[in-house]
Design a protein around this ligand. Structure first.
Ligand code: NAD
Ligand code: UFG
Length: 334
């Protein structure tokens, strides 16, 4: 199959590119490099042992996208490109609606022009908002609390309307929980620009000596040790989930939202402990006040993913930490 990955040089896109390439798909990566570099394309090629198509471009450029879709004879698109910081979205909502919602409209226009109607979209568990019950299943009401989360929900709703209007469209919205970890090679992983806002890359930078101490945002939550609990899922499992979604869409036209998580929550202190074991380094931390907008605890129901996609996360927390550490040490060396 010929698959276009928008945002294909980013964290999740690059790992998915490796999985799809190993499965024999012809992949084309489309990225404006706003949060990535071309070195990632070279490292994907090293891992896959073959040349990868990379086109530098912005998803909001409908004409270029249409040209790419037709000239590479694309069968399916996976739409990773977008902006993903909750805090930044509160400060810059217009940019977020532009780069998430507007860019998806551009992509849909290009796909319609090129007659490509199979799409997997990167959604997020953040569409659920505060839990009314746990685990979050796909029926849980959606009530996102940030512009970022609302942009994801608006896109999901838009995609449902598109699928309802034309039975040839096949669309899967994958609601990721907390993707972490890296490819076993240590060549690709999460390399945020500036100060990491997410827990795992921050811990990795503390372990490598780039940062002095981890701030733990609150230890007075109603959780087993007072710190926030999340469903961390290995990025290679997430990548496998996309391959499963593409297979699923070939047999199931229409629209579907599906969680990608492990079903198991870990607290911040449990992640610190696991990282210390995996890296052999100590992680100094201090407890600071809660971060605005954080939820105490959430994790995923995995029933729909297992039933529909035949997908289940298989990599454990130690693997998530060890692969992050391998990537971090190679990054620090280079
Ligand atoms: P990332 O920032 O590493 O990757 C996104 C890529 O898209 C980057 O390479 C960036 O340069 C590119 N890009 C951004 N805007 C673009 C545009 N207009 N045109 C072309 N390219 C553009 O992010 P990621 O962690 O790989 O996330 C991928 C997707 O998954 C995002 O849509 C994100 O919202 C979603 N998601 C991520 C997480 C997470 O924790 N990483 C959780 C839930 C959902
Ligand atoms: N945390 C700290 N210190 C830090 C960073 C995080 O204590 O320096 C804590 C948070 O308070 C939270 C947990 O670690 O309890 C996880 O925080 P992250 O920032 O790593 O992840 P979030 O659950 O806040 O959000 C992530 C992505 C969102 C996505 C969401 C669900 O950043 O984009 O997962 O998929 F929507």
């Amino acid at each position: 199959m010929n698959v276009l990955l928008t945002g294909g040089l980013g964290y999740i896109g690059s790992h998915t590119a490796v999985v799809l390439s190993h499965l024999g798909n012809q992949i084309t990566l489309y990225d404006n490099l706003s949060n990535s570099t071309e070195i990632v394309a070279k490292n994907i090629e090293k891992i896959c042992g073959q040349k990868i198509n990379f086109v530098k471009g912005d998803v909001r450029n409908t004409e270029t996208l249409k040209h790419v879709l037709t000239s590479f004879k694309i069968d399916s698109v996976i739409h990773f490109a977008g902006s993903k910081s909750v805090a930044e979205s509160v400060k810059e909502p217009i940019e977020y609606y532009d780069n998430n919602v507007q860019s998806t409209i551009s992509l849909l226009c290009a796909m319609r022009l090129a007659q490509v109607k199979s799409l997997v979209f990167s959604s997020s568990a953040t569409v659920y908002g505060d839990p009314l019950y746990l685990p979050f299943d796909e029926q849980h009401p959606t009530n996102p609390i940030s512009p970022y989360g609302r942009s994801k929900l608006h896109i999901e709703e838009m995609l449902a309307d598109v699928a309802a209007s034309d039975s040839e469209w096949c669309i899967a919205c994958l609601r990721y929980f907390n993707p972490v970890g890296a490819h076993d090679s240590g060549l690709i992983g999460e390399n945020p620009k500036g100060i990491p806002s997410n827990l795992m890359p921050y811990i990795a930078q503390v372990a490598s000596g780039l940062r002095e101490v981890l701030n733990v945002f609150g230890n007075d939550y109603p959780t087993r040790d007072g710190t926030g609990v999340r469903d961390y899922v290995h990025v290679m499992d997430i990548a496998d989930g996309h391959a499963a979604a593409l297979t699923y869409l070939r047999k199931h036209p229409s629209w579907q939202s599906i969680n990608l998580g492990t079903g198991q929550g870990y607290s911040v202190l449990e992640i610190i402990d696991a990282f210390e074991v995996a890296s052999g380094k100590s992680i100094p931390f201090r407890v600071v006040p809660r971060r605005a907008g954080d939820i105490a605890e959430f994790y995923s129901s995995t029933i729909i993913a297992q039933r529909e996609l035949k997908w289940k996360a298989s990599r454990d927390l130690i693997n998530m930490c060890a692969s992050t550490w391998k990537f971090q040490t190679q990054l620090t060396k280079s």
